[in-house]
Design a protein around this ligand. Structure first.
Ligand code: NAD
Ligand code: TYD
Length: 338
């Protein structure tokens, strides 16, 4: 298997690279990543020098570069602008990578040929659901620039399957957490702030619900879709662990200890209230289900951030510090302890 993985220096992509290199020892992996603020070669330290891994720095929207990486048997597309708050501040980059970049990959795949194209998508394409669960047949109703760009990419993928017969598969996972996650996302933000004794900012009333999935469980679902999925198939991959943000923050506070307080800050514009997935299709067709219980996964994640302080202190310096100050500084100063 010659595999082209994109976004493999990010959080989930790097976990997938590590999983494939350790469990599929005869596969060859080319890893295309632009190394944006979210990409970090330190995430690939444990596979540095691996004879079956080749890192290529570049943009998935660069068609000539993408074509130069063929022939491959399969593409797994993790590369994306991935943070909702940044998409609210500056949507354009999200369209460039998530829509046009995905299109460049699809069209290169159509021209060059391959046997599988896995698009890594998100439950956010379905929009928000007050009660019940989204199935793969639920209509797409994205509500943030991020989720709109991911939904556009999903539509393009299915259109390429329908029109050109490209063997595309889509996974839609719920919120991931685990080692190496960039601390702009909720769980690593809470954990690293708590380790620094800083306040824990929650938007609005803190009662929004997410369904948490340990990153390795997601990677095993993506691998199952790649190996056993049906072309044209869409697979929901949920953690089965619905928690309010307040419950997550309190769990982090208990695990880390120290003086941090939960502080409610003004809500995110258009903040989706609840995501929840029905994953019976992935269970039936792929034999996939999540195996990491949320409390155990969160404890392992906190332990990882405790042991990898140098990693996140470097990540939290520079660009991140400016982002954090601008995004949270005034809000935290005016926020109220929960
Ligand atoms: P991330 O932000 O940690 O990593 C994204 C990676 O893509 C980075 O390494 C970045 O350098 C790279 N990248 C960005 N633009 C690029 C471009 N134009 N060309 C090449 N590389 C580029 O994101 P993540 O959390 O690892 O998410 C990976 C994928 O999973 C994304 O497609 C995201 O939409 C999806 N997803 C994430 C979650 C989650 O909870 N994190 C949940 C569901 C789906
Ligand atoms: P996030 O990690 O940004 O993922 P997504 O928006 O893609 O689900 O946020 C998860 C939840 O946590 C979401 O309801 C927004 C909330 N949140 C906060 O309350 N405070 C924060 O500082 C962040 C980053 C998120």
């Amino acid at each position: 298997m010659r595999l082209l993985i994109t976004g493999g220096a990010g959080f989930i992509g790097s976990a997938f690279v590590r999983l494939v290199l350790s469990e599929r020892p005869d596969w060859q992996v080319a890893n295309l990543d632009l190394l944006t603020y979210a990409g970090n070669l330190e995430n690939l330290e444990t596979v540095e020098g691996h004879p079956h891994h080749r890192f290529v720095r570049g943009d998935i929207a660069n068609r000539a570069l993408v074509e130069s990486l063929f022939p491959v048997d399969a593409v797994v597309n993790f590369a994306a602008e991935s943070h909702v708050d940044r998409s609210i501040q500056d949507p354009e980059r999200f369209l460039a990578t998530n829509v046009l970049g995905t299109h460049a990959l699809l069209d290169a795949a159509r021209q060059k040929g391959l046997s599988r194209f896995v698009q890594v998508s998100t439950d956010e394409v379905y929009g928000s659901i007050e009660k019940g669960l989204f199935t793969e047949d639920s209509p797409l109703a994205p509500r943030s620039p991020y989720s709109a760009s991911k939904a556009a990419a999903d539509h393009l993928c299915l259109a390429y399957h329908h029109t050109y017969g490209l063997p595309v598969l889509i996974t839609r996972s719920s919120n991931n957490y685990g080692p190496y996650q960039f601390p702009e996302k909720l769980i690593p933000l809470l954990v690293t702030n708590a380790l620094e004794g800083k306040d824990l900012p929650l938007y609005g009333d803190g009662e929004n619900v997410r369904d948490w999935l340990f990153v390795e469980d997601n990677c095993r679902g993506v691998l199952a879709a790649l190996e056993r999925g049906r072309p044209g198939g869409v697979y929901n991959l949920g953690g089965g662990a619905q928690r309010t943000n307040r419950e997550v923050a309190e769990a982090v506070r208990r695990l880390v200890g120290g003086p941090s307080r939960v502080v409610l800050i003004p809500d995110r514009p258009g903040h989706d209230r609840r995501y929840a997935l029905d994953c019976r299709h992935a269970r039936r067709e792929l034999g996939w289900r999540p195996t990491t219980d949320f409390e155990a996964g969160l404890a392992a994640t906190v332990a990882w951030y405790r042991e990898h302080r140098a990693w996140w202190e470097r990540v939290k310096s520079g660009e991140y510090r400016r982002y954090y100050e601008a995004h949270y500084g005034p809000a935290l100063a005016a926020g109220s302890p929960a």
